[in-house]
Design a protein around this ligand. Structure first.
Ligand SMILES: [Zn+2]
Ligand SMILES: [Zn+2]
Length: 361
């Protein structure tokens, strides 16, 4: 029952396809019994934010408030909330609801909901039919199922990117049981790639970074990679055949997959997270020659997200970030497009001349 009043919010929205973000006042839904109200402190900038602003996937609705790597503090809880309390630091990722009764939802794999999950922004609220608005904002109303307590030992701002870049890489590494004795390749060193190296290293596997940039080889080693290989070096690439159990490809643009299929061992898997719009470029014959597989994976569900945060607390893992204010977003988008960030931009909502007022408790 929506007996309460709606929650006044302020954020930054695109009002048309490809439009610049500007300050925008709007309302969040009236909190339901299982909802918590969160004062947002930080929100990561994901490459998909840029895609959605530009309607790259054809389903953007405007005004569009991006942001799905959200951390903040609980400032209100509904009467039916069991597991969260006012004052707690929490995180919200890419999904804020799902059907909750299909097979994947029953197993807390809500990202694979057969009725499609409700996205944190540019989604449709399953009850009211309203558009959802993301974390480039000062306040959020979310059902507690999709809200994760943040371990106290982790720096809050650096936790934000774990909710998309982090879980998107952690989930496949866990699904394919990566651990000691495995040799894993990570292709690309951006927001996803840097998390993939940290997780793979902490899981005890041998990690090899493939990058097209000589300067990123040294960065990869500093992040925990055991080796870094320049993928443009054809001679070295030829020596990689039949070496890898698993390769996590984080590159979002089309590129030849054949060198990586050759690098896999018998029964090895290449997991492509980038899903390039132009499709995958590979020779199917290479799959037959070694019973190899190409697969993919999408973010992570609530169970695995909680598990990832506990794993991060245990191993002291967070994202490497660069804090920005809302006034710096055009510059951040432009730098993100050319891969010039180590390794994730995170908006501090209280920073700079465009700072938002913290949400009132
Ligand atoms: Zn994302
Ligand atoms: Zn479902």
């Amino acid at each position: 029952m929506e007996t309460e009043t709606r929650i006044a919010a302020v954020g930054f929205a695109a009002h048309e396809t490809g439009g610049d973000l500007s300050r925008w006042s709007f309302n969040r839904r009236a909190p339901r019994p299982k909802d918590v109200v969160i004062a947002i402190r930080y929100c990561g900038i994901c490459h998909s934010d840029i895609h959605n602003i530009h309607n790259s996937w054809g389903y953007s609705r405007y005004p569009l408030v991006p942001g799905h790597e959200i951390v903040g503090e609980v400032i209100r809880v509904g009467t039916g909330v069991d597991n969260l309390a006012v004052g707690q630091n929490v995180a919200v990722g890419t999904i804020v609801d799902s059907c909750r009764h299909c097979g994947p939802c029953s197993n807390k794999l809500e990202q694979y909901c057969e009725e499609y999950p409700t996205l944190t922004y540019n989604g449709i609220d399953r009850t009211s039919g309203e558009t959802t608005f993301g974390g480039f904002s000062n306040i959020l109303v979310v059902d507690e199922r999709f809200v994760h307590p943040v371990p106290a030992s982790l720096e809050l701002a650096n936790v934000a990117p774990l909710l998309c870049a982090g879980i998107t890489t952690y989930s496949p590494l866990r699904h394919w049981n990566i651990g000691p004795g495995y040799t894993v390749g990570v292709v690309g060193l951006g927001g996803l790639g840097h998390m993939a190296i940290k997780f793979t290293h902490a899981l005890g596997a041998y990690v090899v970074l493939f990058t097209t940039s000589a300067s990123k080889c040294a960065d990869g080693l500093a992040l925990g990679a055991d080796e870094a290989i320049l993928s443009t070096d054809a001679e070295t690439m030829q020596t990689q055949a039949n070496r890898f159990d698993f390769i996590l490809d984080t590159v979002p643009v089309a590129h030849p997959l054949n060198p990586y299929l050759i690098a896999l061992k018998l029964d090895g898997t290449l997991c492509s997270l980038g899903i390039p719009a132009a499709g995958l470029d590979f020779d199917p014959g290479l799959l037959a020659a070694g019973r190899k597989q190409i697969s993919s994976s999408g973010v992570g569900g609530t169970k695995e997200t909680s598990e990832m945060l506990a794993f991060c607390a245990l191993h002291g893992i967070v994202s490497d970030i660069e804090l920005v204010g809302f006034d710096q977003i055009p510059d951040a988008f432009e730098r993100l497009e050319r891969g010039d960030v180590r390794y994730r931009f995170v908006i501090d909502i209280a920073m700079g001349p465009a700072a938002l007022q913290p949400a009132p408790a």
